[in-house]
Design a protein around this ligand. Structure first.
Ligand SMILES: [Ca+2]
Length: 165
């Protein structure tokens, strides 16, 4: 795959890759979320071979859907082996923020090598996790975060002694 955008389904749907899935570093995989039901309300990519993740993951909302707390979306099922990761999206990182809800990525979902998006259980836990991650030096300001989020993250980090410009 040489660049370009892969967008499973028209609005939301299932795309099956019969062989290996190895997107280039310049490509974008678009995943639309319009609800919790895979293939019907959100996109899913089924890779029947091996997956070597690269390029960008773009998570979009459709149909007025707003993710809530404690939700999971299985977006990529890998039947073979999985390796790599999307650009700027290491395990457990925030890949999108909708309103005040952060959407995280998990490459170890399903039977251990499937990709899931998830939101955390309670709004209060978001701040706690932010403080813990800041303490580990994991969280950094990202351009896609809202101003409010950056301020909250900065406040959390200042408590653990890390300064943000
Ligand atoms: Ca799997």
């Amino acid at each position: 795959m040489e660049g370009g955008t892969v967008a499973p389904g028209n609005s939301a749907g299932l795309t099956t890759v019969t062989g290996n899935y190895a997107p280039s570093s310049g490509s974008t995989l678009e995943i639309e979320l319009a609800g919790l039901m895979a293939d019907v309300e959100h996109d899913r990519l089924l890779v029947q071979g091996n997956a070597a993740f690269d390029g960008f993951l773009d998570v979009l909302l459709d149909g007025g859907f707003q993710p809530g707390a404690d939700q999971r979306f299985g977006i990529i099922d890998v039947e073979g082996t999985a390796s790599g990761q999307f650009a700027g999206a290491p395990q457990g990182s925030v890949v999108a923020t909708f309103g005040s809800v952060d959407v995280f990525i998990d490459y170890q979902g399903g039977n251990g090598n499937d990709v899931e998006l998830f939101t955390i259980p309670e709004p209060a836990a978001s701040i706690l996790i932010g403080v813990v991650l800041c303490g580990l030096g994991v969280v950094r300001g990202r351009p896609r975060r809202s101003k409010r989020k950056i301020q909250r993250t900065a406040a959390g980090c200042s408590r653990s002694g890390e300064s943000f410009p």
